[in-house]
Design a protein around this ligand. Sequence first.
Ligand code: B12
Length: 301
Amino acid sequence: MGKGGSGPDAVELFADRYLEALRAPSLPTALEAVDEALAGSVPASDVHGAVRRALLEIGELWSSGKLGVGEEHVATEITLRALQRLREPLRIATPGSREKILLAVPAGERHDIGLRIVADVLEGAGFDVIFTGPDLPVGALVALVEQHQPAVLGLTCTRSRQALVDTIRAISTPRTATRILLGGPGVPAWLRNSIAPWVDDSTNVVATVEGLLDAPVDTCVDSVSLRPGQVASDLLAPILTPRQTEVLVGLAEGKSTEQIASELVLTPVTIRNHVANILAALGVHSRLEAVVTARRRGLID
Ligand code: B12
């Protein structure tokens, strides 16, 4: 196998070698593959893309039972090391010379590799990036926002949709002029590009952040800022009471009215009343539709 080379073939070659290295698993092979790709002038953004595809493949192998959780963890660790190698080549501006950006992974969410890549890209473009790492409790995030008043708050979501919604709700105070940016495959469809831009890939992130910063906060209240504009408050207003949410979770778990009643220490009649109110609040006609709609809107996991 020849070393170096550039163009689409070099990217494919790297992608194959990297996936092999994750499956083996072999840290030295993974790092060597990254070094060779960079030496062959493969852009760091293409290497990121190939690393992402390799991880998606690892996820497929895991969900079809061909890889264990342990191997998925090892693949993650190898990738974190590989990403370190990619930081320097991303540097195109003086570190910390631009606006402050807080990048956070909400409570319950451990998938932080995507946001780490975003952090590296923004840092390389000169932004003053604060990255929280995984599973940050809402209160701690609110405190960070208040302390640092970042120009942009980037949030990621792969699994914890409810935590994402709770976080946005908690952050939406009139005191902050921070703009929100969202990313990750778990961001519910109704939130994507509604209260904030949703970015699908790290290659677009610098341009999106620059666009956000160019729009004056006061004119983007309804669409992108954290100030509770009309759209944001409509979208994020609590739709169900905590009790209704508990009942809905029971329905989502396939429980009968009687089972939910006994677990919540209520009567079946009360549960039926709650169900009727849930259907009305969500504007749906059946229990199944309620569960599907609530999942889509991130009201339950
Ligand atoms: C690695 C991995 C893990 C690692 C995470 C390590 C880490 N530090 O991140 C570990 C082993 C810990 C893990 C745990 C779990 N995982 Co997991 N995991 C994955 C895997 C294989 C890869 C995810 C990844 O890193 N992708 C690569 C990154 C680069 O892509 P990305 O996140 O999309 O990010 C890009 C863009 O979306 C965007 N972006 C992302 N965020 C943001 C934010 C902003 C602001 C911006 C601008 C852009 C942006 O930019 C990024 C770069 O281009 C996926 C497979 C898959 N299909 O996704 C499963 C997957 C996500 N995991 C899954 C599951 C079920 C779990 C576990 C429940 C069980 C398990 N497998 O161990 C736990 C849950 C942990 C938790 N509480 O969150 C499921 C999720 C299904 C679902 N939707 O609920 C998946 C899809 C696997 C599968 N096929 O079923 N996992």
